[in-house]
Design a protein around this ligand. Structure first.
Ligand code: NIG
Ligand code: FE
Length: 412
């Protein structure tokens, strides 16, 4: 049993509260990988008097962060495209010329298992330094039966070996791969008739995602894929209304999706549909920034009663950063989310978007003991500034997986 005392501010982020459940001068107790008590230190029961005590030295303590939208495994880079976009070529024009996602598909298919795994591990290590303890990881750069399953098997291995918990999503419907350019229906059939049964049979994914966009998949193609996925017990997620309003939010509501992600171009009708169907809106402010877009209407979504999550969208093109801290800061500064709303977005609401009902993303009795200690006295103090690596210590299932000492990081 561990008793963490001298917490300057504790954010418990209860699953169904509207706020971050902030408690000043708090203590937190965990045992056997689960939270057993959280509250004001003055109320700490005597029963914990003999337990191992650790001091948070007045720091902010938050639930381990949940990055609920990443494209974790990919090879190569898109530095050329970055420069082209600066010079004025739009993201979709790069894609039309065979760059963009297609370039990463070529590099990922060509990468060895070892190189792909090493790159993914490096990104997970960077995320651990950000306090990220649960990671949703999408495929989508393989786009063949073998390459999509290869990445899902890698995610399974990474989840088993830890330290982070991994939730895997099949995004075979990211783009139509070039070899199917003249027969898109055949690619949709490959997903429905071959990939989905194999993924379900091996239990390799919890969700299926579709990029619904002019240059990717139509709403009808997406509907076909989600209907098949549902029959296999796989949940739905969508890249929706990112570059244009393609009625992605309405489709997400219709298919009972767990989340609709991006939503920079969502319509008022789309917002109403998400609210009525209880679909989580996942905001991806790094991608919005990189592509020079106006942010999604976070305030309108929140006012309509939609849960809004915040994630990195980590990928080599639109969001080349694993910094969930950066996404949170942008959620505050660009999306007008309060620090409490932003933190909930990367904890309790993010867990909701992954349908994790075991208390992940919260620090309430019974939750996994996934915790981050932040080098700031309070949530407002943390998110009113931006620092590359503000986390001091990351704990997963009660074990310290990362700790910064004397200004340099040490894994413990
Ligand atoms: O979430 N929108 C589609 N997919 C990614 C971008 C992937 C890429 O550019 O490689 C996204 O922004
Ligand atoms: Fe994405």
């Amino acid at each position: 049993m561990t008793v963490l005392t001298d917490i300057g501010q504790l954010a418990t982020c209860p699953p169904d509260a509207p706020d971050a459940g902030l408690i000043p001068d708090a203590a937190l107790v965990w045992d056997a990988g689960r939270i057993v008590w959280a509250g004001p230190e003055a109320d700490l029961p005597d029963t914990f008097a003999d337990a191992d005590r650790q001091s948070a030295d007045g720091r902010l303590v938050i639930p381990g962060l949940v990055d609920c939208h990443t494209h974790l495994a990919f090879a190569g880079d898109r530095a050329d495209e970055f420069v082209e976009r600066i010079k004025g070529t739009p993201y979709l024009e790069v894609a039309r010329r065979g760059g963009g996602i297609q370039k990463t598909v070529r590099a990922t298919r060509a990468a060895s298992d070892a190189d792909l795994e090493a790159a993914a591990r490096e990104r997970l290590a960077a995320m651990a330094r950000q306090g990220v303890t649960t990671v949703e990881a999408k495929t989508g750069y393989g786009l063949t039966f073998a390459d999509e399953l290869r990445v899902l098997r890698l995610y399974r291995r990474l989840g088993e070996e830890g330290p982070q918990r991994i939730v895997a999503t099949l995004l075979a419907a990211h783009i139509v791969p070039p070899e199917y350019a003249d027969d898109r229906a055949a690619y949709v059939r490959l997903i429905v008739d071959e990939m989905l049964p194999a993924v379900a049979n091996e239990g390799l994914a919890d969700f299926v995602d579709v990029f619904v966009e002019e240059t990717a998949f139509t709403a009808f193609e997406a509907w076909t894929i989600f209907a098949a996925a549902h029959a296999y017990g796989l949940g739905a997620k969508l890249h929706a209304d990112q570059l244009s309003d393609g009625d992605g939010a309405a489709l997400a509501a219709e298919v009972g999706a767990a989340s609709a992600d991006h939503l920079e171009c969502v319509s008022p009708d789309g917002i109403r549909a998400l609210a009525e169907a209880g679909v989580v809106a996942v905001s991806l402010p790094i991608a919005t920034l990189v592509l020079g877009q106006e942010p999604l209407p976070a305030r309108a979504l929140l006012d309509a009663g939609v849960r809004v999550a915040v994630a990195t969208d980590l990928n080599p093109g639109s969001a080349p950063s694993a910094s969930l801290g950066l996404a949170l800061w942008l959620a505050c500064t660009r999306q007008r989310m309060t620090p409490e709303e932003a933190l909930r977005g990367a904890t309790a609401e993010a867990a909701h978007s992954l349908r994790l009902a075991d208390g992940t993303g919260s620090l309430t009795p019974g939750s996994p003991a996934d915790v981050a200690l932040v080098d700031a006295p309070s949530l407002d103090a943390w998110l009113s500034t931006w620092r590359a690596e503000p986390v001091r210590r990351t704990v997963i299932a009660g074990e310290t997986v990362w700790e910064r000492r004397d200004g340099s990081g040490t894994e413990g």
